[in-house]
Design a protein around this ligand. Structure first.
Ligand code: C2O
Ligand code: CU
Length: 472
């Protein structure tokens, strides 16, 4: 007896294969795109010497992928690099086999080979893509791009901008400094570039945007830098945050927006000044160097005299709500780094020194390290969760460093910071943990598979702040 079509679709789905509805049914057909990674050159500002990058489809950032919520995409990755690679879809709740993590969810894609990713887009929001292999090198070389999933009913704005922020470490001749993976960067703040890039163009003078009086702009910000934390402010204009990491929040005004590597924020800006005026977006850490971008009001007559009255609130995605009453509790303790008390875990009942561990395992950071329970093997799961388990994860940062911690395949609510319950716990896929801070997050482990959990300062991930959480 043959199986019914319905059963077939069910079993195909359980294998992570997406059954495509036939055209005749009028249902959606996969949207396709090809991402080809190769070395390339591009000048970061007009007249500057060309910089050697690796890029997708010949540009940094790679192509802007834009779809609607619920669509199925088929994205072919062609590896024209000389090294192995793969593509990870940061923030998208994909089936595990589509997560793009070499040696965990797939084999690395060899030079000259291709891998086709196919998945549905369950959530609207601002996402991005990047390799997950030697990412501390491949990402800052230029392999990153934005993936936008539109809401079923987008909010009303006059214009939408997608800004990928990053940086690059280059010499005067424009060439990238070939110093990826230095232990000094790994054990400190990560490898930080000397030029900030906004969509591949040097921040500052190169990024002048003309706005019209009365205009409402939706700005989607993505931090694609390997290590740089941005702390952004906007002069004379309110930054209304409407989403973090792609997930809707109650719109609120921020004085400063902290955006660690991997993190996103959607802003709404009402440009209500008079024609001829100008304003800046600054990173407070580099105010003296120059702005991230400048906005100039053009002469054109105002779009409107009063701010647009339309609502800013986005319809939330459907995420599985953790029930704290029945959640199991787990903790992860982070130690390491080259600042402060240089101890790192317990070995034979005694605190171990950072340099001993670095010698023994090449690690600069550890998560829940003891001599008996080493997870120096970063791809061995260090936490096993039952499918459907409600989880509170307490993250204890015993280091003197900031770490943006990212979990694949799930979103979590940030429920407490240093024991203080958050009145409105936001959904995140990456949460920034201050030095010596403790953060509690809660989620439902509803997506089966091996999921990476790591610091998005990519040098830290390479130096030990990366592990796998297994959901079965
Ligand atoms: Cu943006 Cu594990 O990655
Ligand atoms: Cu870190």
């Amino acid at each position: 007896m043959g199986i019914s079509r319905r059963q077939f679709i069910k079993s195909a789905a359980s294998l992570g294969v997406i059954a495509l509805a036939p055209r005749a049914g009028g249902a959606a057909v996969a949207r396709t795109a090809t991402l080809r990674a190769a070395v390339m050159e591009q000048a970061i500002r007009a007249g500057a010497p060309r910089t050697n990058f690796s890029g997708f489809n010949g540009s940094v950032p790679g192509p802007l992928l834009r779809y609607r919520k619920g669509e199925t995409v088929r994205l072919a990755f062609r590896n024209a690099l000389e090294v192995e690679s793969a593509v990870h879809w940061h923030g998208i709740r994909v089936p595990n086999a589509m997560d793009g993590v070499p040696y965990v969810t797939q084999n690395p894609v060899q030079p000259g080979d291709e891998f086709v990713y196919e998945f549905q887009l369950p959530d609207s929001g601002t996402f991005w893509y990047h390799p997950h292999q030697s990412s501390f090198e491949q990402v800052p070389r230029g392999l990153y791009g934005a993936l936008i999933v539109e809401e079923e009913r987008p909010i009303e704005v006059d214009r939408e901008l997608v800004w990928l922020l990053s940086d690059v470490r280059i010499e005067d001749d424009g060439l990238q400094v070939e110093d990826f993976g230095r232990i000094l960067d790994i054990a400190n703040d990560g490898r930080i570039g000397n030029e900030v890039l906004l969509n591949g163009i040097a921040a500052g003078a190169g990024n002048v945007l003309e706005v019209r009086s009365g205009e409402r702009i939706r700005l989607r910000l993505i931090n694609a830098a390997a290590a740089r934390i941005f702390q952004l402010e906007l002069h004379g204009h309110a930054m209304n945050v409407i989403a973090y990491d792609g997930q809707a929040v109650e719109p609120h005004v921020l004085e400063q927006l902290v955006l660690g590597p991997g993190m996103r924020a959607d802003l709404v800006i009402d440009c209500m000044q008079a024609p001829g005026s100008r304003f800046l977006m600054n990173d407070i850490h580099r105010r003296s160097v120059g702005p991230i971008a400048s906005f100039v009001y053009g002469d054109a007559s105002p779009v409107r005299r009063k701010p647009l009255g339309a609502p800013m609130r986005l319809a939330p995605n459907r995420l599985p709500e953790p029930d704290l009453g029945k959640a199991s509790e787990h903790y992860i303790m982070f130690q390491g780094g080259m600042r402060g008390a240089p101890t790192l875990g317990i070995v034979d009942g005694k605190p171990a020194r950072t340099h001993e561990l670095m010698e023994r395992h090449g690690l600069a950071w550890t998560m829940n390290y003891t001599a008996r329970h080493e997870h120096a093997l970063m791809h061995e799961p260090f936490l096993h969760l039952q499918r459907g388990e409600h989880v509170v994860l307490r993250m204890i940062n015993e280091t003197d460093f900031v770490h943006p911690m990212h979990l694949h395949g799930h979103f979590f609510r940030v429920i407490a910071v240093d024991g203080r319950k958050q009145a409105r716990p936001v959904w995140r896929d990456t949460v920034i943990m201050g030095p010596r801070q403790t953060i509690d997050v809660a989620f439902v482990a509803d997506n089966p598979g091996d999921w990476m959990y790591h610091c998005h300062i990519l040098d830290h991930a390479a130096g030990g702040m990366m592990g796998t959480i297994r959901v079965t």
